[in-house]
Design a protein around this ligand. Sequence first.
Ligand SMILES: [Zn+2]
Length: 242
Amino acid sequence: MPDSAVQPVNPDVNTEARHWSGLFASWRSVRQAVQFSVDLVFPPRCAGCGRVDAEWCAACQRALNDTPFPAKVSPLPPLAGVASTAQHSGLIREAVQALKYDGARGMGAVLGARLARHLAAQSWDCEMIVPVPLHTIRLQERGYNQSQELSNTVAAITGLRCIPEALARSRMTESQVMMSAVERLSNVRNAFSAQSALVRNQNVLLIDDVYTTGATLRACGDALLAAGATAVYGLTVTVARI
Ligand SMILES: [Zn+2]
């Protein structure tokens, strides 16, 4: 058998693969160099204490670990249970604000880990996670849904499925920051719609960043139950009272 029989069918393939892997390697180096320069000019500041360090420093992580979980939040209908990992103040408030308004996407992993720890202490039988959806316009402005970032981490830690497609925000709602409890309820009523094929006969865990009056979680709960979900629970990073 001639030597050529043991040669690769097309020797150019190897050359081409080396060419591409070389290109990717140089692209990686360029990206790393750019990131290094950005870090030099705009060094990362901790979302908790503002010190130039990492996006979230070790001291703030220790303080977060030491923050006790608050007493249970009384669930309002139609929710079967509600829990929040802290009062909306101090360090954890800073972390939530950074995730929500300052583009600190990495805080989703930090705060999501805390959500997973608190979830483990609940006696809930949840089968799937659904993040509270953002309207498409808000999603485009922010670039990501903070509830989805939190949910991804909880799903990765617990092994529960995260199904964002199960719930959609069917109409744009006003920002609720300045609204009373009654105004919030009417603001979000019928703002969500759920997919029966995804939620029927399921115990659903809704995840959001802040619980204020519960209006948003309750409206999501109504939509999920109307689509055939068995029970809906709500888990948030913080609980704020207005
Ligand atoms: Zn810090």
